[in-house]
Ligand binder design. Structure first.
Ligand SMILES: Nc1ncnc2c1ncn2[C@@H]1O[C@H](COP(=O)(O)OP(=O)(O)OP(=O)(O)O)[C@@H](O)[C@H]1O
Ligand SMILES: O=c1ccn([C@@H]2O[C@H](COP(=O)(O)O)[C@@H](O)[C@H]2O)c(=O)[nH]1
Ligand SMILES: [Mg+2]
Length: 232
């Protein structure tokens, strides 16, 4: 569907936290370099950043700030699934069960929702928050969408901080409870971190310290997006 985008140059070093998989850390001044003269369009080649991190690492919070400051369209994979769940669609009950368990929805379902959200947006720059959750998700996205993300923003946060934030969230989510957050952390470590590692190896990962205040974190994120020189 969309033509493949060039992989973007990042520089690497070893990691401290999230070290189960020895994820590489990007630490460069010119973080993302779109190809000279390249223009991005919603249908042919949107500019896509995946935003990953554990439950409560602050993905949604930071995506709102990035979207507002840099004009990206924020697509929360979990938000799309929650909307589907409450819509009364045929997948609703299945999604509710998986979310309550802390498990992951079938790739076809999630990618279809993401594709629809991209195609119906009046934008060509997207933040896809909380996806891909697994290697299977990633492969399905690449197959169905026909492109890789331009880069991946990863919020690295200690487990105890993430759990505390989730349990204080108070938004009525079916998964904001002690039991589900424990399951989500297991899934995150076993299935999502390999995706993070995949993008690190490809030179597409930008890792940000997810501790501190929302404002402090955003100041770490800001240079990533300031360095983008998108021609649209
Ligand atoms: N830096 C921060 N310090 C304290 N609380 C925060 C911070 N960032 C976000 N929060 C709060 O923590 C909770 C979780 O944040 P957020 O929803 O952004 O995380 P998330 O990574 O999207 O989580 P999930 O994967 O569960 O959707 C929210 O209530 C949010 O307001
Ligand atoms: O790609 C995805 C994203 C989310 N889910 C399910 O939704 C919940 C909550 O997701 P958030 O991104 O944290 O809002 C997640 O635990 C999964 O159950 C999914 O299946 N696939
Ligand atoms: Mg979220």
């Amino acid at each position: 569907m969309w033509r493949r985008l060039n992989s973007l140059p990042l520089f690497f070093s070893q990691v401290r936290r999230a070290d189960e998989l020895k994820i590489c850390q990007a630490f460069c001044t010119e973080i993302v370099k779109p190809v000279e003269g390249e223009s991005y369009s919603r249908r042919n080649s949107p500019f896509v950043a995946f935003v990953l991190g554990g439950p409560g690492s602050g993905k949604g919070t930071q995506c709102l700030k990035i979207a507002e400051t840099f004009g990206f369209k924020h697509i929360g994979a979990g938000d799309l699934l929650r909307k589907e769940m409450y819509s009364g669609s045929e997948n609703g009950a299945m999604i509710q069960k998986l979310m309550t368990q802390g498990s992951i929805a079938p790739s076809e379902v999630t990618v279809k929702l993401i594709k629809k959200a991209i195609e119906s947006a009046e934008n060509c720059k997207f933040l896809i928050d909380g996806f891909p959750r697994s290697e299977e998700n990633r492969i399905a996205y690449e197959r169905i969408i026909g492109a890789e993300p331009n880069f991946v923003l990863f919020f690295d946060c200690p487990e105890e901080v993430m759990v505390k934030r989730v349990l204080n969230r108070n938004e009525g989510r079916v998964d904001d409870n002690e039991h589900t957050v424990k399951e989500r952390l297991k899934v995150y470590k076993a299935i999502t971190l390999p995706v993070v590692n995949h993008y690190a190896k490809k030179g597409k990962l930008y890792k940000v310290d997810g501790t501190g205040t929302q404002e402090e974190i955003f100041e770490r994120v800001r240079p990533v997006f300031t360095s983008l020189r998108l021609s649209t």
